[in-house]
Design a protein around this ligand. Structure first.
Ligand code: IMP
Ligand code: ZN
Length: 355
């Protein structure tokens, strides 16, 4: 007898974790508009209204149109401490309202010359805003990952790792490698990643954007990254079979996240809207990976401000397109706890919270 489809779950109320969310890409258009309106009224911006630049229903940014959104627009609008604070608080509040109880935001430290802020000042301002947001929304705990950009020099990448170490006590839990997959040579980041893993008092968590586009999925690049033994991988799209075997192989070290299972941060809506995969949701490699042993799949939004699908909706899409039962969904949500970078105490809190 064919089983009945299960009733829709209340994915917004379901406690969830989000561990792959870029700060500047997670700012809602409404929030950007509020910043812009204030600056416009004060005569301090010549930029166009974000609601014109990024119309509310437009989510089909691809790899060619996506990255310039930041370099040509968002970074010019969010260029001072007040707007950085306002947007960061708004991002944390949005995740809390969507039922996220544990968040790892990530951001690329960026000096704001006109505001007299160096990269350390930027990280500090983001952490201050995250702390303020958590005080206002006690249901969520938020940690920070610092991103190295593929265009960084080796020195800039090491500076990111130094900042991550410097701000560890304030809630920085890991480092990431992100940015335009068409740019850069990942081999240059080997020393920085080594330093992150060797950080005193236990390594920082290491997560890497992996095989996101064909141009960033050469044999040399994938092997170099796997040699780093990253704790988590983001996207994981263009992966040949022998690399899949490396991804699922047992990890003797346990890694910075303290998990022997490697985390896979899969971003369904982002990959579909940006046409990073062939086909739509049913064709997404979530279907291939979610039950595989040796990895822990965590659905993530990547850039909810751009692609418009909150985490609750990612779970809704998963239920709809991959027909997971209620029990399978709850088990998968809970399993994600294993690969957070926030430490044992936080894992215990989440396990108590999640059934
Ligand atoms: P920020 O680091 O907080 O400024 O967030 C925006 C930055 O995140 C962008 O400039 C990109 O470098 C990076 N980013 C966001 N989404 C992606 C992605 O899907 N792949 C690679 N990098 C990304
Ligand atoms: Zn990403």
């Amino acid at each position: 007898m064919a089983s009945e489809p299960e009733a829709d779950m209340d994915f917004q109320s379901m406690p969830k974790i989000e561990i792959h969310a870029h700060l500047s890409g997670s700012i809602s258009r409404q929030c950007l508009h509020e910043i812009w309106s204030k600056k416009k009224a004060a005569g301090s911006t010549d930029l166009e209204d974000p609601l014109v630049v990024m119309p509310v229903d437009k989510h089909d940014y691809d790899l060619n149109t996506f990255f310039p959104l930041f370099s040509s627009y968002i970074y010019h609008l969010v260029d001072d401490v007040d707007s950085l604070t306002y947007t960061t608080k708004s991002v944390v509040a949005d995740f809390a309202a969507d039922g996220v109880v544990y968040l790892e935001l990530r951001t690329t430290p960026r000096a704001m010359a006109t505001a007299g802020l160096d990269k350390a000042g930027y990280v500090e301002a983001v952490l201050d805003a995250m702390a303020a947001a958590q005080a206002e929304h006690p249901s969520i705990r938020a940690k920070l990952i610092l991103s190295m950009d593929r265009r960084n020099t080796p020195e800039e990448a090491r500076e990111v790792v130094l900042l991550a170490r410097q701000f560890r006590a304030r809630g920085v839990v890991g480092v990431d490698l992100c940015g335009d997959p068409a740019k850069g040579d990942v081999a240059l980041f080997t020393p920085a990643v080594r330093e992150a893993k060797a950080a005193a008092g236990g390594g920082l968590g290491v997560t890497i954007h992996f095989a996101e586009a064909e141009c960033s999925a050469s044999e040399a690049e994938l092997q170099t990254i796997m040699d780093w033994d990253p704790d988590r991988l983001g996207h994981v799209i263009h992966v040949p079979e022998h690399i899949k075997r490396r991804i699922t192989a047992a990890r003797p070290s346990g890694g910075g996240g303290g998990s022997s299972s490697r985390g896979l941060e899969l971003c369904l809506s982002c990959n579909v809207h940006a046409k990073m995969i062939v086909g739509s949701f049913e064709a997404h490699h979530f279907g291939e990976w979610w039950r595989v042993e040796g990895v822990t799949v965590v659905p993530c939004t990547d850039d909810v401000g751009v692609f418009g699908s909150p985490v609750s909706n990612e779970w809704r899409l998963i239920q709809r397109h991959f027909k997971l039962t209620r029990a399978e969904i709850l088990e998968l949500v809970r399993k994600g706890i294993d690969v957070i970078f926030g430490g044992e105490e936080e894992k215990q809190r989440l396990r108590r919270l999640m059934w």
